[in-house]
Design a protein around this ligand. Structure first.
Ligand SMILES: Cc1cc2nc3c(=O)[nH]c(=O)nc-3n(C[C@H](O)[C@H](O)[C@H](O)COP(=O)(O)OP(=O)(O)OC[C@H]3O[C@@H](n4cnc5c(N)ncnc54)[C@H](O)[C@@H]3O)c2cc1C
Length: 286
């Protein structure tokens, strides 16, 4: 096994593209190292991206935020502007593991590990986040929901690295929220989860919405019918009930010892309602 710490994204891409055997990108390592230790993967080349300076920055631009792929989740919570603009994304990142895990792990690693239960992903999907992908043939920007294609699988080609996650500048009167259900209070993987992002007008009527569910299908679900159930209405009881019904119906969860299909469907609806209520209040809705 060869371990390298390139100083530029170009070098990292070149090394990955030219690798003869299996290659893996190492960000925080909180998934990769666990999988290596468990004997599930044995990469011939490990490309540690933490020495690429530009990947360790959160930049606030005219268009929003660019979160470098090596920024630990703990750092997201220290960024006042990001927390104010995207509290749902930050609260999702701050649910991952423990303080120690958050000191290392990244939202990009969370996305690329492609677990259906990844905590930051429903929040990012609801936020309409995009991923900047650098590869041998240049750069492309794709919606985050286009990255995971199934449990443990991504759409990234050989040599490609996600360089940053982009979040738009917050539009006025908008808010987001993320909630998960776990049987314990922390250090557990979501049994089911929901991320909601809403914009309202001056009368409290919802004008835009994105609703995403985690651990409810092989990949995080962006539930368009859930957005349709909200748009054009205030967040009253009827709208919340419709939202819950649509979310429960959209789920295609597994049945396991942590939750039955029926349980996951019901909780998905409950979490979507609660996340929508918080997002609406954060948008200034009453
Ligand atoms: C004790 C513990 C508790 C945990 N609790 C949670 C939890 O509550 N919720 C949760 O969602 N997860 C949890 N996890 C899983 C893990 O911490 C998260 O998925 C984390 O966000 C992964 O980020 P990382 O930077 O450590 O990824 P890494 O382990 O470095 O990488 C993960 C995968 O993504 C790939 N990758 C990383 N960066 C890039 C990139 N820039 N471009 C392309 N591919 C890339 C890697 O090659 C690897 O396949 C836990 C893990 C542990 C060990």
């Amino acid at each position: 096994m060869r371990y390298i710490r390139p100083l530029s994204i170009e070098d990292a891409v070149g090394q990955l593209a030219g690798a003869a055997g299996t290659a893996a990108i190492l960000a925080g390592g909180s998934d990769l190292l666990v999988r290596m230790k468990g004997g599930f993967v044995e990469p011939d080349l490990i490309v540690d991206i933490k020495s690429i300076a530009s990947l360790s920055e959160i930049r606030e631009t005219a268009d929003g935020f660019s979160i470098g792929a090596a920024v630990p989740c703990a750092v997201l919570g220290e960024n006042t502007a990001l927390k104010k603009a995207w509290p749902g994304v930050v609260e999702a990142a701050k649910l991952i593991g423990s303080k120690q895990v958050q000191g290392r792990c990244t939202i990009t690693g969370n996305l690329c590990n492609a677990s259906p239960a990844a905590d930051s992903v429903p929040a990012l999907v609801a936020a309409g986040a995009r991923a900047v992908v650098a590869g041998p043939s240049g750069k492309r920007t794709i919606p985050v929901e286009a990255v995971p294609t199934g449990p443990g699988k991504t759409s990234l080609a050989k040599g490609e690295i996600i360089e940053a996650i982009l979040l738009d500048k917050r539009t006025p009167r908008s808010g987001d929220a993320y909630l998960r259900f776990i049987p314990r209070t922390e250090m557990d993987i979501a049994v089911v989860s929901a991320g909601v992002n809403l914009t309202i007008d001056e009368h409290g009527v919802i004008t835009a919405a994105r609703v995403a569910l985690g651990a409810a299908a092989p990949t995080v679900l962006l539930v368009e019918e859930a957005a349709e159930a909200l748009i054009g209405r205030k967040l009253d009881e009827a709208a919340l009930e419709r939202l819950a019904k649509v979310c429960a119906g959209a789920c295609r969860p597994i049945d396991d010892k942590r939750g039955t299909i029926d349980f996951r469907r019901k909780v998905a609806g409950v979490l979507a309602k609660r996340a929508a209520t918080t997002a609406y209040a954060r948008a200034g809705g009453k």
